[in-house]
Design a protein. Structure first.
Lengths: 481, 481
């Protein structure tokens, strides 16, 4: 395994572009204020060429870290902006290097001028994620924590936020580290036996080892299986709305979307368009799948034979069948059956929504309640999308379905496909170890498999990594992070 | 005149909504990082309820200002984000109050949670410009400086930036203060005379006074007359492109716009769409007026009789007449004459552009050069919009026209219509003073007019202000500034 130092050396070779000190806008354009980040060994010597403290007796490199200095950014005699500069000294900074954050006015012109000035004085424009990459390289966080930083910035719901922040705080890393250190301990003992060659000593108790490997495999598999849940938490719980033309599918979706928008814009200081077709209900994101004709008037149920529509619908965890109060119960049952026959995943839930109840007698509702057939786990709700009747009930129903799946558990949930794949490899390697132990295969074959499991665990946290892996991870970051 | 204290009292009554401590996002959504500002007397007691320093021995209110503290934002036991908090103590902050800036991750969810938490703990959501309004109220800046903060944030070009930053630094305020204090001195002397009643003393030399008032009026008028220039610097120099159909007007405009976009996106760390129809050339913004048919194929020149088109074109400082190399010189002269006849403002310049020269002989160009008639200050350029020939010459020509108008002067230029109107009132009042002195009107009438001039000067810097004026100014700010 490469040591921290050798990783660092590879990194230097690869990333040493215009110099070791990098700069980027860390906030976005368009606010009253903006923050420009500078990090690297030449940070202070560069900043001194363009930043002039209001108190001219202040020497930046004589200041401690975690200090704020007020002053001017100037190019020659021209004043660019009056700013506040946050000083950080290595290793006590985000990147672990000497760092500075310039808080300037949010003008596009001002930001551009300051970035140009930094580059003129020897800083390089940071690549996406380069600050976090340096934090990883300098041992401030492991790779899975670094990845969680991007997840946190992108987090849009309470559940996604909780997973990201747990991962940053090392919850996941701790699980992986525990697994890894147990396996390492045993593999060293077996390797020690091998060193003794023919002497037939047994440092590692084979029964103990088998128990440990079983436990480890179970942990790896349970983490891997949390990926499906993690993925929907991150991207939204997929929901399909289907129904015959004019049953009010669009009206229902719009009613749900508009109510959410109203909630979001009531939060002080925030205005943002909700992402189309995504709804945040009690901290969970629901994503409405655009099945063909969702917003059109064609009857999807009748054309479900068309493979593509069917496939799309089958990505859903919940299917909302929208029908009308004016419809016959037999007809609704017929449609519901078409859908039931297509569902193969036992986790998929069907909710039958009888819409437009505002325009009909109570007796109609009672009649339908009696006659509509429900399979185990199906639900039936009476609503009016237009008049916003029954939507709260629908939201509670959805929330309950997903809560049952453990989204509110405090356990570690993985959301990253890279981690999922590594954990799958870990579990396969450990399977081979168990078979090896059961079949009393030679120790060197067994240790090879344990070593492989350890290798994949190391890939998750970045103990073992390649430039390619790092490039793939950090190129998805935004610039300035 | 109300004292600083009484202004403050009015302000408190008016703005004391949910409490005196305000909060808002100061950067914008969408970056890696975001900054939330909190300001007011309860700032520290509120922040202590949600921010927990990593070093738990740190007591926020025992820290000095200009310190950065690392820690967690929590709601009950739930971790919201790991943040850095900048501390400022009154009066050494932007607002002059106790203030805190929270630097958190740029997630919409995280930002919203922190703002909600601040409000829950007693902070009020800041109104647009409320931080700067407090800075003004607490004597950190005068009103014209506060207005310049919004101009600086919006500044998009070197010239607009220079004006805004000069104004923030008090260049304009100093001119106004000088005017005001001279007038105040004289008016007090005259008022002293009035106190002595019949005694016929003359503390204020009338000749001196007349000279001073003339100088003051001249200064007020020269500042007021800089408004026209300031306005075009802020909003862009208006340019009209006219010409017969298919002369290549759109191609020319697109060529200019695309070259600028390429320059902007070459600046490290920046990507932004240039505002349509505005071009930044050497730090000045040029704004292309959308005359009817600019992007269409109708012949504007032939329909210039239509009042609206004519009016729009007449807002331009420069008119680009686009014609083709294939055209006869007489025809080009005829068109140019139509335009010349319409120009009434002697400052408007005509540039005749002979386009599509890539497809023709040098002899054609020579012939046209000889035969196209130019009035004083007209220009003639041979270009190809399609092949990007001659565009640099055109840009230099435009720059020279506007440089001659003093945009690069270091003098004070006003850009604010409020200041313009106040200065106009000042100059009118001073006119009456001069007439009064010449006609030997009673001293109390003269002092009334001087007082009026002083009043209008005070309105500019905010020595005299009303809630209505303040509302009008600050509602145009963004939230968080």
């Amino acid at each position: 395994m490469p040591s921290k130092f050798s990783k660092f050396a590879i990194y230097r070779k690869d990333m040493n572009r215009n110099g070791d000190t990098i700069c980027a806008l860390a906030t976005s354009y368009g606010g009253a204020l903006a923050t420009i980040r500078v990090s690297g060994p030449e940070c202070y010597s560069i900043i001194e060429k363009l930043f002039f403290p209001a108190d001219s007796s202040v020497k930046l490199d004589e200041q401690g870290g975690f200090r704020i200095i007020h002053g001017d950014i100037r190019e020659d005699s021209e004043l660019i902006d009056e700013v506040l500069v946050n000083l950080y000294k290595a290793p006590h900074s985000y990147t672990g290097e000497d760092s500075v954050e310039i808080s300037c006015h949010g003008s596009f012109y001002v930001i551009t001028r300051i970035l140009e000035l930094l580059v003129k004085n020897g800083a390089a424009s940071a690549l996406p994620g380069e600050f976090t990459r340096r934090a990883f390289m300098n041992g401030k966080m492991d790779l899975s924590q670094a990845e969680a930083v991007a997840d946190l910035v992108a987090s849009d719901s309470k559940a996604a936020h909780r997973i990201a922040i747990n991962q940053i705080r090392g919850g996941f890393s701790a699980e992986i580290a525990k697994l890894r250190s147990e396996l390492l301990k045993f593999t060293s003992l077996i390797e020690l036996e091998l060193d003794f060659g023919e002497e037939d000593v047994e440092f590692a108790d084979r029964k103990e080892l088998r128990k440990l490997v079983l436990q480890s495999r179970e942990l790896a598999e349970s983490l891997a299986s949390s990926f499906k849940l993690g993925n929907v938490i991150k991207n939204g719980f997929p929901i399909a709305i289907v129904g015959k033309p004019n049953s009010g599918k669009s009206t229902l979706l719009n009613a749900l979307l508009n109510e959410e928008k109203a909630i979001v814009s009531a939060i002080p200081g925030t205005t943002r368009d909700a992402i189309e077709d995504t709804i945040n209900i009690n901290g969970l994101i629901y994503r409405f799948i655009d099945t063909a004709g969702l917003r059109e008037t064609s009857d999807e149920i009748e054309v479900l034979g068309i493979r593509k529509t069917k496939e799309k619908m089958m990505q859903a965890s919940v299917i909302l069948l929208v029908d009308e109060a004016g419809e016959k119960a037999e007809e609704i049952n017929r449609r519901a059956d078409i859908i039931r026959r297509m569902i193969t995943d036992p986790d998929v839930r069907l909710i039958i929504l009888v819409n437009k109840i505002d325009g009909c007698d109570k007796s109609v509702v009672d009649e339908l309640s009696k006659k509509i057939y429900l399979d185990i786990d199906d639900s039936l709700l009476f609503i009016s999308g237009e008049k916003h009747i029954g939507l709260d009930k629908l939201r509670r129903r959805l929330a309950r379905i997903f809560e049952k799946r453990g989204v509110t558990n405090e356990g570690v949930i993985i959301t990253n496909i890279r981690h999922y794949e590594a954990l799958k490899h870990v579990s396969e390697s450990l399977n081979r170890v168990i078979t090896g132990l059961d079949e009393k295969r030679p120790d060197d074959l067994i240790t090879t498999d344990i070593r492989q499991a350890i290798h994949y665990l190391g890939e998750i946290t970045g103990e073992i990594t390649t430039d390619e892996i790092l490039e793939n991870i950090f190129r998805n970051f935004c610039i300035g992070k």
